[in-house]
Design a protein around this ligand. Structure first.
Ligand code: ZN
Ligand code: ZN
Ligand code: ZN
Length: 158
């Protein structure tokens, strides 16, 4: 199988999903949540990853009273709903990305520049079956993050 980079997401679908999750969790979509949703749709389109503080600082330009906790809770909600992916870096920091939750995939991260690439490869099912047998666990989920140096960073480092 050829590892694939995943392309841009359908912004309307993403927006609808975000609103649906907010409505479900909060009864109504407030102005701050609408702002968060709009910004996430933009980020989905550009494929850009972000930290809670990036998002908060961005939104505070429009809404100076927006609390960090509101942004944090919204992000958590969307991560739990698999609309956002939390990406962990080798140095212990993490960022988020709007991956949409449709396709199973993993992330390849550059330890030098923190570039993130979505890849649709996974561990072979036979390996999970083996592990399950070996440990007597019923394996219900997994996360996998691949680290390395991207072409740009290898070029400048060598
Ligand atoms: Zn992802
Ligand atoms: Zn790099
Ligand atoms: Zn997987």
């Amino acid at each position: 199988m050829t590892p694939m980079c995943r392309g841009g997401k359908d912004q309307l679908v993403i927006a609808e999903k975000i609103y649906a999750i907010f409505d479900q969790e909060c009864q109504r979509t407030t102005r701050p949540r609408r702002m968060i949703a709009d910004r996430l749709v933009q980020l989905a389109q550009s494929g850009q990853d972000f930290s809670i503080d990036d998002l908060w600082q961005d939104l505070r330009q429009q809404e100076p009273h927006l609390g960090r906790a509101t942004v944090y809770r919204s992000v958590e909600m969307l991560v739990n709903a698999s609309l956002l992916d939390r990406i962990d870096f080798a140095d212990g920091t993490h960022r988020y990305r709007v991956c949409g939750g449709d396709e199973h995939h993993h992330h390849l991260t550059c330890t030098a520049c923190h570039r993130v690439v979505d890849v649709d490869i996974c561990i072979a099912p036979e390996l999970f079956a083996q592990l399950s047998k070996l440990t007597n666990f019923s394996i219900e989920g997994h996360s996998l993050t691949l680290y390395g140096h991207c072409a740009v960073c290898r070029g400048s480092a060598s």
